[in-house]
Ligand binder design. Sequence first.
Ligand code: ATP
Ligand code: MG
Length: 182
Amino acid sequence: MAFPSPLAEGECFGFLGPNGAGKTTTVRMIHCVSPITAGEISVMGEPAHIDNRAIKMMTGVVPQEITLDRDLTVYENLRVFAYFFDIPGVEARRRIDELLAFVELEAKRNAKISDLSTGMKRRLLIARALLNKPRLIIADEPTTGPRPAGAAPDLAAAQASQAAGDDPDPHHPVYGRSAAAL
Ligand SMILES: Nc1ncnc2c1ncn2[C@@H]1O[C@H](COP(=O)(O)OP(=O)(O)OP(=O)(O)O)[C@@H](O)[C@H]1O
Ligand SMILES: [Mg+2]
């Protein structure tokens, strides 16, 4: 699989391919959870390799599979990720509140994952991917789920805004304005 290189900051790039082509594998290599067996990948100047924490810290991934902890609530799933990213408690709670509002899951804050619809789970994955204010957002199969018209454009806007490097950004879809404005 060959890519145009390099991708510019602020660029929204998508790739398509048949089942088994290697899209998810590529995402996993970029995100440093699968080994690179040929070629090389650089993310913001960092070489991708297994467990490169610098890349993980600046990347948000919406996975193809629903990788939520079923034993935890909606809030707790986000809180655990905030902990992974070393986001301090007060800031974590503030960001989680904003993101739950952004993906319109405030009413499900204390719900167990098993009580969510598939589309709600996808939205929670989007919130989780934005928690660390990533410079790079990767969505594997972004149109999967019952709100295909909603999820992908939101992510594209979030990526463009994040890549601009402004924080706080009045145009940021999460931190700058409400989801209702989108
Ligand atoms: N390091 C590796 N070496 C060899 N084969 C691999 C490696 N990693 C993944 N594969 C295999 O390569 C294939 C590509 O799978 P992958 O899930 O990346 O495809 P995909 O394009 O995301 O497909 P889908 O559209 O079904 O999601 C799979 O058969 C997978 O098991
Ligand atoms: Mg895949």
